[in-house]
Design a protein around this ligand. Structure first.
Ligand code: KG4
Ligand code: ZN
Length: 352
């Protein structure tokens, strides 16, 4: 008999799933029972990274190694269960920093192996898409998702038949990356997105930065490198002329140029496809301007909007558990040979 053998495994109605997320600088562990969150813990190394102005992969992976045991213990305690109560273990296998991913992935595989329960290797992007289930446990495809994170920018269609269609995506930088670059040029500390938001709240969008939308003959796509360069040039040119820039106006103008096309296109795709539900995911979906503009646009067109809580937009383990649950009910168990992957192409169901 195999030591790790799930051939006779019977699916549970309301499985207890423990999930780990370690793709970047946060070590997170969540426990869900079916769609219900029992624990949602995170140990962040952001303060450590602030010193370096960004994530240093080697330091991040060491921080995960220090935190993974403790964060799991905290999650089990918060859920008031022991490891023996866990019915499946999920972990992010990609996309992300390899050294970071390997810590959570290896820990989860070892735990699943020792408990002889299913192991669920979750695609980080599918986790962001599935964060909507945390907000609305009754959500069913079809829906259109605006995915806006530090690594990805795309409009995705989760089809009625369980497929994932990429409707539009960025051809260069991700929108979160652009927020972080804009923060840097404005002298704001890491992580940039929330700081740009704070500054933008006191500003007016009076500067005409280029829109992030590019319309090719056949396809809509986004580009953030031009917008980023334009913000950098604006600030440098003003500096060379000895003029003081109004940082709040730069932040507000950048935010508008970065977000408006994403909101407009997401709503347009939902209407054109006849899909009545829009969801958002990824760190930039925590942005106050994006949230209020998306709400206005969905209300104006009679679309149902599912906005996950801000803490479930930025990286978290509850979204990995939510996608792990989707895999569990489909009996999509992962092999122990599953390795970490830095990048996963953004096409096909369950693949990004
Ligand atoms: O989804 P996430 O936590 O990690 C990735 O998978 O990339 O997204 C991180 C990104 C960062 O670029 C961060 O600056 C941005 O999300 N972000 C925000 C806000 N909160 C986080 N951007 C704009 N406004 C925010 N409030
Ligand atoms: Zn993420």
């Amino acid at each position: 008999m195999e030591i790790y053998d799930l051939s006779d495994y019977k699916l549970k109605e309301q499985p207890v799933i423990l999930a780990l997320e370690s793709s970047c600088d946060d070590t997170a562990c969540a426990v869900v029972k079916g769609r219900k969150i029992l624990a949602d813990e995170v140990m962040s190394s952001a303060a450590l990274m602030e010193k370096y102005g960004g994530v240093v992969p080697e330091i991040a992976s060491r921080a995960h190694t220090d935190a993974v045991d403790e964060v799991t213990r905290r999650a089990l305690n918060a859920a008031n269960i022991t490891a023996g109560d866990v019915d499946a273990v999920a972990a992010t296998y990609g996309a992300g920093l390899l050294g970071s991913l390997l810590v959570g992935l290896s820990f989860a595989k070892a735990l699943a192996y020792s408990l002889n329960v299913p192991f669920l290797a979750v695609n980080h992007i599918m986790g962001h898409v599935s964060s909507a289930y945390l907000e609305d446990p009754d959500l069913k495809p079809p829906f259109v998702t605006l995915l806006a994170s530090g690594g990805h920018t795309a409009i995705l269609h989760s089809t009625e038949t369980g497929g994932l269609e990429v409707l539009a995506a960025t051809s260069d930088d991700a929108v979160g990356e652009a927020f972080d670059k804009c923060a840097r040029v404005l002298g704001l500390s890491y992580p940039g997105g929330p700081n740009v938001q704070r500054l933008a709240e006191g500003g007016r969008p009076v500067i005409n930065f280029p829109s992030a939308e590019v319309r090719d003959k056949t396809k809509i796509r986004f580009s953030y490198s031009g917008l980023k360069t334009s913000v950098i040039n604006y600030c440098h040119n003003a500096g060379q002329r000895g003029e003081e820039i109004n940082g709040a106006d730069v932040a507000a103008s950048f935010t508008k140029a970065a977000i408006d096309p994403l909101v407009k296109r997401t709503v347009r795709y939902a209407l054109d496809l006849g899909v009545g539900t829009v969801t958002c995911g990824g760190g930039v979906a925590a942005n106050g301007y994006l949230r209020s503009e998306m709400k206005k646009a969905c209300d104006a067109h009679g679309l149902k909007l599912i906005l996950p809580e801000k803490k479930h937009c930025t990286d978290n383990a509850a979204m990995i558990a939510a996608e792990g649950y989707n895999m569990y009910v489909r009996r999509e168990f992962s092999p122990m040979s599953q390795n970490a992957e830095a990048q996963i192409p953004l096409e096909g169901r369950g693949v990004c």
